[in-house]
Design a protein around this ligand. Structure first.
Ligand code: DGL
Length: 276
């Protein structure tokens, strides 16, 4: 079997996955990475299961072509709607020795220790909430935890349009949090179930009552990846080292460069590609 070596692939519908990539690179700086943002087709959060699956599969296929032995779907919507199908249906014939991992399971694993009230809230895209993935995964690990989800369809556009720090964003940040806590006032742990949301964290914190813990995913995904690589030497030894990171986008290079610098607080070189 052909088992090539290459960088770790990190995929998101847009820029949100950069919040995950940063945390992964902080913890595992030795590896090489390719980040792929499907910025031309973002957001995924409002798209159907079939479309998210198709777009995500195209991205995974591209990252495999570029030599990635391991791809992280740094997007909750893609993890919720496409991960299982890709793992079960596509991997066996596409690249049986490669692996694709998501961001939901590592986040869910972390919350069991955090919640005292056993009431957890999930803020995410409509796609992730409608998929039911968070309640499903949480029930598997912690059957005693009650989960309430709230779709926040305005939050990704606020971030993608660089309005996340504006006063205008306050209304929508507060609204979804209030609506969620009205449904379950006993929530003590709030999962930010979308990789874009860390950019709104200052506002989210401002409108969340004290005593409620906010869970941003980056550090948990990074820790889980580190553990995964420790447990899977057959994948780890295929991940090349050197600390490089390449950026690919389906949008224009200039647009990606400008927006990515806000997420990463540094300028990056990027190449535009077509997914099909
Ligand atoms: N960053 C994606 C996620 O974590 C959502 C962005 C989108 O809607 O495309 O769900």
């Amino acid at each position: 079997m052909n088992c090539p070596q290459g960088p770790i692939g990190v995929f998101d519908s847009g820029y949100g996955g950069l919040t995950i990539l940063s945390k992964i690179r902080e913890l595992l700086p030795q590896y090489n990475y390719i980040y792929l943002g499907d910025n031309a087709r973002t957001p995924y959060g409002t798209r159907s299961f079939e479309v998210v699956y198709q777009f995500t599969l195209e991205a995974v296929r591209k990252l495999f072509e570029l030599g990635c032995p391991l791809v992280i779907l740094a997007c909750n919507t893609a993890s919720a709607k496409a991960l299982r199908s890709i793992q079960q249906r596509d991997l066996p014939h596409l690249a049986p020795s490669n692996r694709v991992l998501g961001v939901i399971r590592p986040t869910v694993e972390a919350i069991g220790e955090m919640t005292r009230s056993r009431h957890v809230g999930v803020l995410a895209t409509a796609g992730t909430i409608l998929s039911g993935s968070y309640p499903l995964e949480i029930k598997k690990l912690y059957p005693d935890v009650r989960v309430t989800g709230m779709a926040c369809p305005m939050w990704v556009p606020l971030v993608e349009n660089q309005e996340y720090a504006s006063e205008g964003a306050d209304y929508f940040v507060r609204k979804y949090i209030d609506d969620l806590l009205a449904q379950d006032p006993l929530i003590d742990t709030l999962i930010l179930g979308c990789t874009h949301y860390p950019l709104l964290i200052d506002k989210i914190r401002r409108f969340t009552p004290p005593g409620i813990r906010l869970v941003a995913q980056g550090e948990y995904v990074a820790a889980s990846l580190k553990d995964y690589l420790r447990r899977h030497p057959e994948i780890r030894t295929r991940c090349t080292v050197g600390g490089d990171c390449r950026f690919l986008t389906t949008e224009s290079e200039a647009k990606f460069r400008e927006s990515a610098s806000i997420f990463l607080r540094q300028q990056v070189e990027v190449t535009s590609i077509v997914l099909e």
